[in-house]
Design a protein around this ligand. Structure first.
Ligand SMILES: C/C(=C\CNc1ncnc2c1ncn2[C@@H]1O[C@H](COP(=O)(O)O)[C@@H](O)[C@H]1O)CO
Length: 110
């Protein structure tokens, strides 16, 4: 399913959504996908997650390039606009993996 998607978005939710969100961010980090990862940060729901991500970036656990993978938006309207305007840029990722590697790692197939 991920392979056929135009973008990944997460709405305010719980563990299951966080699981999927962090997974696609990780895939993007390794260059498996280069699709927009949008977060509907309605009423600042995910502000504390961004505080954590910024701390991890400051501490060097997340690269500055990888920090930019996730794109927060305050409303659904802005989220859709950002998806329409999104331009992929692979240079932000540290390592480019291909589909064969993806299969070897056991990532889900479409
Ligand atoms: C095996 C995989 C994922 C397992 N998790 C889920 N699978 C399917 N549907 C899910 C999963 N986690 C949540 N959901 C659905 O999303 C709703 C929101 O959940 P959240 O925990 O509040 O984010 C929930 O109601 C479920 O319908 C593959 O990676």
């Amino acid at each position: 399913m991920a392979r056929h998607s135009d973008a990944f978005i997460a709405l305010p939710a719980g563990y299951g959504t966080l699981d999927e969100l962090l997974k696609v961010i990780s895939w993007e980090q390794f260059g498996i996908y280069d699709k927009m990862v949008g977060l509907l940060n309605m009423d600042g729901y995910y502000n504390s997650l961004f505080l954590f991500i910024d701390k991890a970036t400051e501490e060097g656990f997340i690269s500055l390039n990888a920090r930019q993978i996730i794109i927060p938006t305050p409303t659904a309207t802005v989220l859709v606009k950002k998806i329409e305007e999104y331009v992929p840029f692979h240079e932000r990722v540290a390592l480019k993996l291909n589909c064969q590697t993806e299969q070897q790692l056991g990532y889900p197939q479409a």
